[in-house]
Design a protein around this ligand. Structure first.
Ligand code: TNX
Length: 551
């Protein structure tokens, strides 16, 4: 086969930056002892032998073997066929011995993942082919995300007119990988501003590239109710008509929502729906007078205050409130194949302490009655009546203030676990620092969580060092929320989310650094390579300082 010239394309330049392999070395150069790769989040181990690369060409076949492998290969093919224009047939490789040098093998089989890790995988590439292997389809899918990042950035292009890469090569590589945490989340607030289905699908594709496996959708808040509920039609009839800033409303029909869940599942992303209760409920209260203690519906709300609304705990409203809880949480759970149901519980400042404890007991019981494992923001740890396994989501700072740490350990004491979202480093709606193209001084972003917030801060924290007494095994995972009071368009969302979410993804996936210090230079170099993929995807990320972005 004629060798195509490998003229530098942006990814090649970026990879050259990070790989820059001396001719005599058998692995890529180490920086502070860590091998450099083009993959974000950093794999557990990755070697780049000084061997000829793999060349994907018009004869390449995707050879699938094992349960679920063909589906993963098809998802990869859908991306790569568009950009390469090659047929890339998915063929059954169960009985074939040797693949061709131009083939990519997709293997699901017991014993393939390092240490049997459920989401682990191996990736081998070179002039004799590519082999992706895992114990589970999920692991195999994460292998394809690494492959995606090792290919030229043009692999992401969906506009066929754009020039193809000068050679669809993958450097010779040997990767062995598995995640640190099982729950690696991105939270999107679709309540303060509504985001149409396509924006959510795009977001899912981008977080999957980073091996994040949870999309938490904050579906309800004071400013809007965003999911059709058949038993309570005015939740969307009235409650979905508004948003923050008077920017109009919107909601997902059940079919819309199923489409999101299905698209996510194809990318091994679990959707966690959140119905925020008992505070953050003005949209619901405005739709149904009987949910209010006074029996009078408040006006819809379009501001950015928090902590002024509450479900009613009084016995006169118990029938309506409990029916509301059972209907809403039941219908949401029915739309949810995943194991988790988030019931909020944060900032219920208009609820007395006694009422809060009563309502949390009823809310979490109604959540657990659906068969799902309940998640709540850390304030819910004030209750000692939580269903077993209830998960607390910590949103205070890297250094806990007030009683945030005690409220969080309460979940573990009651048999549950914890998701960490320290606001000062993991809230992606915090402003970036001021610089010529930064949004300080614009309406984009907030400052309350010790903002502004940098990429370095998003990268520099260690999950086990936040809440004293929490063991690694008490931490289900970490999550980066983006609240959308100030964010109303997909480009603005992308600008706030990227690149800081890549730091959160690396903390969630990559091993804890042995000496406690993350290798920022390695991260920044790999992020520059990833930037070329984000460019090809059309993501309007912020080119923060300190990263050698490829122009
Ligand atoms: C806090 S922290 C909130 C949200 C706001 C966000 C803005 C938490 C669980 N709730 O209601 O949207 O700050 O950054």
């Amino acid at each position: 086969m004629p060798r195509r010239s490998r003229i530098a394309h942006p990814t090649a330049i970026a990879l050259a930056l990070v790989l820059a392999t001396p001719l005599t070395a058998c692995t890529a150069p180490a920086q502070n002892g860590e091998p450099m790769t083009g993959i974000v989040p950093a794999p557990v181990s990755a070697d780049y032998p000084d061997r000829a690369p793999f060349e994907l060409d018009e004869t390449t076949r995707l050879v699938a073997s094992g349960e679920g492998a063909a589906g993963v290969a098809e998802t990869f093919a859908a991306l790569a066929r568009t950009s390469t224009g090659y047929p890339l047939p998915v063929v059954d490789g169960t009985d074939s011995a040797e693949g061709a040098a131009s083939d990519i093998a997709f293997v699901v089989a017991a014993g393939e993942a390092p240490d049997g890790a459920a989401e682990g995988y191996t990736l081998e590439s070179g002039s004799d082919g590519v082999r992706l292997a895992a114990d589970t389809p999920a692991g195999l899918f994460w292998a394809t995300q690494s492959l995606r990042q090792l290919l030229p950035a043009e692999i992401e292009r969906t506009d066929a007119e754009k020039a193809p890469a000068d050679g669809w090569t993958v450097p010779a590589a040997s990767v062995s990988d598995a995640p640190r945490f099982a729950y690696r989340g991105s939270m999107l607030d679709v309540a303060r501003h509504f985001f149409p289905v396509q924006d959510v699908l795009d977001h899912i594709d981008r977080i999957a590239l980073l091996k994040l496996n949870v999309l938490h959708l904050h579906l309800t808040d004071d400013q809007g109710w965003r999911l059709q509920i058949d038993a309570w039609p005015e939740l969307t009839g009235i409650g979905a008509s508004t948003s923050t800033g008077g920017d109009g409303g919107g909601f997902y029909t059940k079919d819309d929502y199923r489409r999101i869940v299905e698209y996510a599942a194809e990318r091994f992303v679990t959707v966690v729906p959140e119905v925020d209760l008992p505070g953050h409920t003005n949209a619901a209260l405005s739709a149904y007078p009987e949910l209010n203690c006074e029996g009078i519906a408040p006006k819809p709300y379009e501001g950015i205050e928090v902590g002024f609304s509450s479900l009613c705990a009084s016995p006169e409203r118990a029938e309506a409130t409990d029916r509301f809880l059972a209907d809403v949480l039941g219908e949401v759970a029915d739309l949810t194949p995943g194991p988790w149901l988030h019931v909020g519980g944060d900032e219920s400042l208009a609820t007395s302490e006694a009422d809060y404890l009563d309502l949390v007991r009823r809310i979490t019981a109604a959540g657990a009655a659906t068969g799902k494992t309940v998640i709540g923001w850390h304030e819910m740890g004030a209750s000692r009546d939580l269903p077993a396994d209830t998960i607390g989501q910590y949103w205070d700072f890297v250094t806990p203030r007030d009683d945030a740490a005690a409220l969080t350990t309460s979940f573990v004491e009651q048999g549950g676990s914890v998701i960490l979202s320290p606001a000062d480093v993991a809230y992606l709606d915090m402003k970036y620092p001021d610089d010529p193209d930064g949004p300080l001084g614009t309406k984009l972003g907030q400052l309350w969580a010790d903002g502004p917030s940098t990429l370095e801060e998003a990268y520099a924290w260690e999950p086990t060092a936040i809440v004293p007494g929490l063991a690694e095994s008490d931490i289900l995972g970490i999550e980066a929320p983006v609240w959308t009071e100030t964010i109303s368009t997909a480009p603005d969302l992308e600008f706030m989310v990227f690149p800081r979410i890549t730091a959160i993804a690396e903390i969630a996936w990559s091993p804890a650094p042995a000496d406690g210090a993350r290798d920022e230079a390695s991260f920044q170099a790999r992020l520059a390579a990833l930037g070329t993929h984000l460019d090809a995807l059309g993501v309007s990320y912020r080119k923060v300082g300190g990263v050698p972005w490829v122009e």
